[in-house]
Write a protein that binds this ligand. Structure first.
Ligand code: IMP
Length: 193
């Protein structure tokens, strides 16, 4: 039997790959590009929850089908929880390298390095919205290490690990990841429905 299709309201291939590893046997995940949907997805709000909702609702209005989105932020204790919801747009140019450079610069003489990634998934199933949160606690190191992954992965070491996310394979990252934890809640919800 073919798996049911779920549209993932993203064009971030890394996110899609990480979520596919977890949802593999349950759904065929299609990114917007793979579903042939060309749409500018807004992220206008001040919370991950609202942005995740906005993204899934926009795609639901467009497709009328089941879909989900996720919004993730890096929350750094010494930066009062920033860059948080602004993680993608932290530095000029909205690119991963500039964002990471700015983060390291702002933490330069700060010894408090605790941080967490927080993911909020918004699922729209049969027209109703459900949200699932996943948190991965860790710390920011003072230089980039590794080339895998994306975003702030080269400077983040999850609690209990010695490698940065960017030094891990995707399967290793999945053992710790915020995205995996949120996705697991989503699976538990569907299985208990
Ligand atoms: P958004 O959910 O696409 O708005 O993601 C916000 C930003 O957080 C991205 O541009 C990345 O820089 C960063 N980010 C999100 N998820 C991860 C991750 O798993 N590892 C590292 N950085 C991430």
């Amino acid at each position: 039997m073919p798996l049911p299709t779920l549209i993932f309201a993203t064009n971030n291939q890394h996110k899609a790959d990480e979520i596919r590893v977890v949802l593999n046997d349950l759904f065929e995940i299609k990114t917007l590009k793979e579903a042939g949907i060309v749409i500018d997805i807004p992220e206008p709000h001040n919370s991950l929850e609202e942005n995740a909702s906005e993204k899934s609702r926009v795609i639901h209005q467009f497709t009328k089908g089941n879909c989900f989105s996720e919004d993730t932020g890096l929350e750094v204790a010494a930066l009062n929880g920033g860059p948080g919801v602004r993680s993608a747009r932290y530095a000029d140019g909205e690119n991963f390298k500039n964002n990471t450079d700015k983060l390291l610069f702002n933490l330069k003489h700060i010894s408090e390095r605790a941080a967490q990634f927080r993911t909020v998934i918004s699922l729209i199933l049969d027209g109703k919205e459900y949200q699932f949160e996943g948190i991965c606690k860790g710390r920011i190191i003072d230089e980039e290490r590794g080339t895998n992954g994306f975003g702030y992965d080269p400077v983040f070491i999850p609690d209990g690990a010695v490698k940065t996310f960017a030094e891990m394979s995707m399967e290793e990252k999945t053992e710790y990841s915020h995205r995996k934890k949120a996705t697991q809640k989503f699976i538990d919800f569907l299985q208990n429905k």
